[in-house]
Design a binder for this molecule. Sequence first.
Ligand code: NAP
Length: 248
Amino acid sequence: MNLLQNKVALVTGGSRGIGEAIALRFAAAGAHVAFTYLSSAERAASVEAALQALGVKAKAYRSDAGDYGQAEQLINDVLADFGQLDIVVNNAGITRDTLMLRMTEQQWDEVMDTNLKSVFNLTKHALRPMMKNRGGSIINMSSIVGITGNAGQANYAASKAGIIGFSKSIAKEMGSRNIRCNVIAPGFIETDMTHVLDEKTKEAYLQNIPLKRLGKAEEVADVCVFLGADMSNYVSGQVISVCGGLNT
Ligand code: NAP
């Protein structure tokens, strides 16, 4: 099903993990895909080739999502290369996990810049072309810990909770312009981000997940396809957990 035929999507952090899966699912659904990376140039080049092999236009951009100027340049470049912008997925994110007593200002700032300021940066510059286009879908990647909190992740949870308040506000502000803004809150998804966790932590999570398994990046990507497609045209300002029932 070509649910995203003729749409242009921008995915931040598309070189690995959930972002890569979103880019691939979008292309398979017929979208032309621009995506960003920060340091994985080789991975980004192979994702770009895989997308193009699906018969769509695709391009990787090196762009730090946490940098306001780079975000502005990125949107201008994507518009110059693709001509329009229909979907933005703010997916880039990092963790700097540690207990509050040990957390440094740098660990706080890095997470807030990459995870939260990035969402402001990209949304700010994407709104104008979306308004010109008379519509758009913004999808912001939060986390269930942004809803529940998590010991050892005060910085990360705060950034992910911030995304939810931001997104609901944008949905209210921009609804009259036919611009939708929704949030996905993944649970425990198998990617590089979660590979670093020790077995004991993973086991503890598994016990509490009703579906009794970790999630796949593609399962998050499928919800992105829904939110990017016209079949979700009356869905805005919502937080959709993709967590195997963990946040229930
Ligand atoms: P990942 O495998 O670590 O991949 C992170 C991606 O973000 C990479 O493509 C990376 O680019 C990019 N990135 C990092 N910093 C960036 C920056 N400043 N500017 C642009 N791109 C940047 O992470 P993931 O597990 O796929 O997570 C994706 C999103 O889902 C994140 O927002 C994460 O918080 C959220 N999430 C993940 C889980 C989970 O269980 N995995 C759960 C809840 C929420 P490089 O390859 O160049 O480094």
